[in-house]
Design a binder for this molecule. Structure first.
Ligand SMILES: Cc1cc2nc3c(=O)[nH]c(=O)nc-3n(C[C@H](O)[C@H](O)[C@H](O)COP(=O)(O)OP(=O)(O)OC[C@H]3O[C@@H](n4cnc5c(N)ncnc54)[C@H](O)[C@@H]3O)c2cc1C
Length: 384
């Protein structure tokens, strides 16, 4: 019998911490979730909520695919406010080079049994009549979907609490100790293990982490139902390069269940403040109008920023940390943490319970960062 107050203390009530808490509690572990502010108020509130299968690497594919299947399984249980919408994605091609990427993606996904459909110019125009003329085609991925992330995090926290977890809200973890965590008010929680799921704040508690903040900007419009029907993403990132060397924007738009349009996306390194940068905003909207000329006539309601927690190899850190033998990490999800939260929670708990995982765990283990050149690799991504 353990003398700790908890089997597991999870730091962070974003979607990743919430998913981990729900999974730990389902295994009958005695869990506390410590959230400094509000549930789902960090990157989770700032994100787009695109549940997307990605193909930048086999490991990224495996985790996004696995997680998407877990979201599909949960679908019937999600309350209405999670706004689950099976709208699918269309990757949009503007020229022959991007059309070649459509073929590559089609092959990649089909070989891995993900349903996809190649659209020619006419089929693309029929699927999305507001896209400009002259586009050459696209790839539809009908299994992708969208959710409203803060409500999804709340749903997962409530699941955890119903299974016996305790939510410690409005209290900040100041330090991870050998016994558990010390809170900013001076009190402590003892725990057999501590999960650092504090997203872009995780290096504050575990300073050796290779996690950097990557700022993103989104805009939401008034209600224009059916203006777009799928999540639309440009393939132009191949050329414009979402890279570490400069700020970048890419066309990415999402139809919300409310009829609103969520317009993204941007990426900035080294920007620590949450200010909406007007030059990035202008570039991002201009890019969107290049694809959807009618967008220029619609009203935007609000713009905001958030911080992705980026790792050098674009994969999250899931598993034991090296600083302390009680420490586990569930962080570094960059632009895919809404999608991969459920897979992350399963892989974390498989390790805690000493169980065989459904997908190979090695690519996500934090130990890969030790003695590797990873911290010097170029950051370059194409997801949310
Ligand atoms: C603009 C943008 C668009 C995105 N679009 C998508 C998308 O379409 N699809 C997708 O899958 N992902 C997307 N993402 C990524 C996704 O939002 C994140 O990967 C995900 O939300 C990370 O969740 P998290 O729980 O790790 O972090 P967070 O949501 O940031 O949660 C961390 C929590 O920890 C708490 N915390 C921090 N420090 C402490 C402490 N010391 N003590 C207690 N609590 C603490 C914070 O208050 C916060 O609530 C996007 C991100 C951005 C910024």
């Amino acid at each position: 019998m353990s003398s700790n107050a908890y089997d597991a203390v999870i730091i962070g009530g974003g979607i990743v911490g919430a998913a981990c808490a729900a999974e730990c509690a389902a295994e009958k572990l005695k869990v506390a979730i410590v959230e400094a502010r509000i549930v789902g108020g960090g990157a989770t509130a700032a994100g787009m909520g695109h549940l997307v299968v990605m193909d930048d690497s086999e490991a990224q594919f495996a985790l996004t695919r696995y997680s998407q299947e877990l979201w599909d399984e949960l679908r019937e249980e999600l309350p209405r406010e999670v706004e689950y919408e099976a709208c699918g994605t269309i990757w949009v091609a503007t020229d022959d080079e991007e059309l070649a990427e459509v073929s590559r993606k089609q092959k990649f996904y089909s070989e891995r049994r993900v349903k996809v459909e190649v659209l020619d110019a006419q089929a693309l125009a029929e699927a999305e009549p507001n896209l400009r003329r002259g586009l050459v085609g696209g790839l539809r991925v009908p299994g992708d979907s969208v959710i409203y992330p803060p409500c999804a995090a709340q749903f997962l926290i409530e699941r955890a609490v119903r299974a016996g977890a305790e939510l410690v809200l409005g209290r900040r973890v100041e330090a991870i100790t050998r016994e558990g965590v010390r809170l900013a008010d001076g009190s402590s929680l003892s725990a057999g293990l501590v999960v650092n799921a504090a997203g872009s704040w995780s290096p504050q508690l575990t300073p050796a982490l290779s996690v950097k903040k990557r700022k993103g900007l989104l805009v939401i419009t008034d209600r224009y139902p059916q203006f777009v029907r799928h999540q639309l993403v440009e393939l132009g990132y191949l050329k414009s390069a979402h890279s570490v060397t400069s700020d970048s924007v890419a066309f990415n738009i999402q139809p919300r269940q409310t009829g609103q349009l969520l317009i993204g996306s941007s990426r900035q390194y080294g920007a620590d403040d949450s200010v909406v940068d007007s030059s990035i905003l202008t570039r991002m909207l201009a890019r969107a109008v290049e694809y959807l000329p009618g967008l220029g006539k619609l009203s935007a309601l609000r713009a905001w920023t958030g911080f992705r927690a980026a790792t050098p190899d674009k994969l999250p850190l899931i598993g034991p940390g090296s600083e302390n033998d009680r420490l586990y990490l569930a962080t570094g999800h960059e632009g895919l943490g809404i999608t991969t939260s459920l897979g992350t929670a399963k892989l974390l708990v498989d390790q805690i319970m000493n169980r065989a995982p459904e997908i190979p765990i090695t690519p996500y283990l934090p130990s890969r960062m030790a003695n590797s050149r990873l911290s010097t690799l170029v950051f370059d991504v194409s997801d949310g």
